[in-house]
Design a protein around this ligand. Structure first.
Ligand code: PLP
Length: 366
């Protein structure tokens, strides 16, 4: 599988240029409102003095880092505010590789395709551990794949693309494997607010110098365009990551960080509960339609995605384009996520037109 240029933008462009109406279920851009306080924070920022439009601290606004540190119960020095979870993952993987404890990155199959792409870009090599059909990862299989060559184990729960949420026992075992091989567990928790199972466990729950947690406000506040995320490093690894962040970016966006800080302080749990409930309803609507279409599908425990397998319709790019043209629904080919899902398609549930898409799929595959 070729990961170097992720396919998302290619499929979105194809759907945009189609001759017919298409429901876009390609990417994970939430279609709901950000917190009210986020818009207020942004408006207020526009009227500030010019000095507020200059560089913030490279590692992020101190008040935002303090707010994150307090919520995550870590020392503020461990927190770097990044350009989304994407940069947080890049910093974490780069840091693991530059420790010179091996150049292999253990990834799951299926995988979020940016991880293998970043691995190659950073000079590492990928080694895959297959999940089961529901997307659960067997820690014993990770232990078996780990070796002196392992620089990092990169996992994501709630998971894109499978919707799996790893139980506490899996997270604990993954930290153990990282420690046993002097490797780094990178835990990407960008969908933590969309745990529908109630069993999401952050890797921060396990005190270890061998784990880096990455996250962002992109999904939790429905602001993928703001580019505000963060990484929490062990104290001994953070200085070099801050240096890399500074050399690559100089700093992050100050207005975006300020608006996020305001929203964090002012937004209660209702906001997150409402969106989680919306997502849970969409899971029901969409999986009912897949059932009616006679498809196999994953029952997501979290994140935004459902994978579906239709008879005699493998998840190739060609079939993805066919579905755009003939059914008016754009998904992602399963083979974009690894060799184990070549028969599957992935659909993102972040569209207000979910019911229309569900009806179209049911009618098309009837
Ligand atoms: C698993 C995973 N990690 C990271 C990202 C990127 O997050 P951000 O937009 O905060 O960079 C995504 C986006 O879809 C994702 O699905």
């Amino acid at each position: 599988m070729e990961y170097e240029t992720p396919l998302f933008f290619r499929v979105m462009q194809y759907a945009d240029e189609a001759d017919r109406d298409v429901v876009d279920m390609v990417s994970g851009n939430p279609d709901w409102e950000p917190p009210t306080a986020l818009r207020a924070g942004l408006r207020e920022y526009a009227d500030r003095d010019p000095d507020a439009f200059q560089y913030p601290a490279s590692e992020g606004l101190l008040e935002l880092r303090e707010e994150i540190a307090a919520r995550r119960r870590v020392d503020v020095e461990q927190v770097i505010v990044t350009n989304g979870a994407g940069e947080a993952n890049y910093l974490a993987m780069a840091r693991a590789l530059e420790r010179d404890r091996g150049d292999e990155i253990l990834l799951t199959d299926p995988v979020y395709p940016y991880y293998p792409g970043k691995t190659t870009m950073l000079g590492g090599t990928q080694r895959y551990v297959a999940t089961d059909e529901s997307g659960q990862l067997e820690p014993a299989a990770v232990r078996e794949a780990a070796s002196q060559e392992t620089a990092a184990i990169v996992v994501n729960s709630p998971n894109n693309p499978t919707g799996a949420v790893y139980p506490e026992s899996t997270m604990a075992a993954l930290v153990d494997v990282a420690e046993a091989y002097d490797a780094i567990l990178v835990s990407d928790e960008v969908y933590d607010h969309y745990d529908l199972s109630g069993r999401f466990t952050s890797a921060l729950g396990f005190d270890s110098d061998h784990r880096i947690v990455t996250n962002a406000f992109s999904k939790s506040m429905a602001i993928t365009g703001f580019r505000v995320g963060y990484a929490i490093f062990p104290p001994g690894l953070v200085a070099d990551a801050k240096r890399r962040h500074m050399l690559v970016n100089v700093a992050g966006s100050r207005p975006a960080q300020t608006a996020v800080l305001h929203a964090l302080r002012e937004t209660g749990p209702d906001y997150y509960d409402r969106n989680r409930k919306l997502l849970a309803d969409r899971v029901d609507t969409f999986t009912d339609a897949l059932e009616a279409a006679g498809a196999d599908y994953t029952e997501p425990q979290g994140s935004f995605y459902v994978m579906a397998r239709f008879e005699n319709f493998p998840g190739t790019l060609e079939n993805t384009f066919r579905l755009v043209d003939e059914a008016g629904v754009a998904g992602m080919p399963g083979n974009a996520f690894g060799d184990s899902r070549t028969d599957w398609l992935r659909f993102a549930l972040v569209t207000p037109r979910l019911e229309a898409a569900a009806d179209r799929l049911a009618a098309y595959f009837e």
